[in-house]
Write a protein that binds this ligand. Structure first.
Ligand code: TXA
Ligand code: MG
Length: 323
């Protein structure tokens, strides 16, 4: 790990690291972020590995101009332009319908993507040099406080991050406010660095304390944080107990050892037992399998080490849903 002052030369170096698929921690006005190329699924998988988070959480894409914004999201809600004009760059994150270019691992399978334009010269220059949006959660390990200095990042992530850009202490010091903008609703998902009163002055009342439940659909994708599979998923040892028609089922394998051509669709998460590759493919393969019109997906469990813990968390939640 290298700790470098955030000057032009080092930001250029950091941008090169990110373009090559590595992780860079960088300052924003809120907290330090742990960044990867937001359009590179394998690089994004490294973020989850470094954070040691036992589950997948969707990530914010950090952008530097409206061209990037249009590349990753689409929505006609007129509040969006007002919010952008008033609060960007700044500590406000917008959750909006995503476009296909956004990898599924960034949104953890959700149909929405979180976007913000940070108000920090280093962050903006870095994103500009990379060219793609940068996916970044707060640069802490799971369960720890968000870092507001480069030293906090070094203490928590150490060798897990390739480069830390030191831009001093973060001005705001708490994370961005997150709001979801649906066709005709605006919902506060996380209070943060932009006061909700200030947002309401611009676009009118926003819904707070919204309790999400499956019988009150709010779309897109019923919003909250976790992708829910549309068809049942079961672990593959159940195949023998159940009277199944493989022609109407899919098989999601960890390795290619158990490929079974009776199934309508078989996907292999990784061809060399690489958990990072498996994580990078997980959500997009589930989506692809669902869209083939099968009734059920059987999955092979993965080893519960490293990213395997988050993968198994996701698969258990999916299988429990249909137990
Ligand atoms: O200030 C910030 O927002 C910092 C800096 C680095 O930008 N980032 C940050 O990221 O706090 P993170 O990953 O620690 O928190 C982002 C939150 C997560 O709780 C995640 O669940 C939520 O945003 N989120 C991201 N995408 C979402 C989506 N599509 N729908 C709902 N929630 C989403
Ligand atoms: Mg965080």
């Amino acid at each position: 790990m290298e700790l470098l002052e955030a000057n032009h030369k080092n930001i250029l170096k950091a941008a090169k690291f990110i373009k090559e698929g590595n992780l860079v921690a960088f300052p924003t006005e809120t907290v330090y972020g742990l960044g990867a190329d937001g359009l590179n699924p394998l690089a994004v998988a490294k973020i989850f590995e470094a954070k040691k988070r036992p589950a997948f959480n969707p990530l914010i894409l950090h952008i530097t101009n409206l061209k990037q914004f249009e590349m990753i999201s689409g929505s006609g809600n007129p509040s969006i332009k007002k919010l952008i004009d008033n609060f960007w760059p700044g500590p406000l994150t917008l959750v909006l319908p995503k476009k296909d270019i956004v990898p599924d691992i960034v949104t953890a399978g959700n149909e929405t993507v979180a976007i913000r334009m940070p108000d920090h010269p280093t962050a903006l220059e870095l994103i500009d040099m990379v060219g793609n949006p940068i996916a970044a959660p707060s640069a802490n390990t799971f369960g720890h406080l968000s870092p507001t200095t480069a030293q906090h990042v070094v203490n928590q992530l150490g060798s897990k991050v390739d480069l830390v850009l030191d831009g001093g202490t973060c001005r705001v010091g708490i994370e961005s406010t997150i709001i979801a903008i649906l066709e005709n609703r605006v919902i506060l998902l996380r209070p943060g660095g932009t006061a909700t009163e200030d947002i309401e002055k611009i676009i009118g009342p926003i819904e707070k304390d919204v309790i999400f439940s499956s019988n009150q659909p709010i779309s897109p994708g019923q919003l909250p944080y976790h992708y829910a599979p549309k068809i049942p998923i079961r672990f593959m040892h159940k195949i023998d107990d159940e009277n199944i028609d493989p022609g109407r089922a899919g098989l999601l394998l960890f390795t290619d050892k158990k490929v079974d051509y009776r199934f309508k669709i078989t996907k292999v998460l990784t061809h060399n037992s690489d958990l990072r590759e498996a994580a990078a493919n997980l959500f997009s393969y589930l989506h692809e399998m669902e869209s083939t019109g099968i009734d059920i997906i059987y999955v092979e469990p993965v080893r519960e080490v490293g990213l395997g813990i988050a993968i198994m968390d996701r698969l258990r939640k999916a299988t429990n849903k249909y137990e």
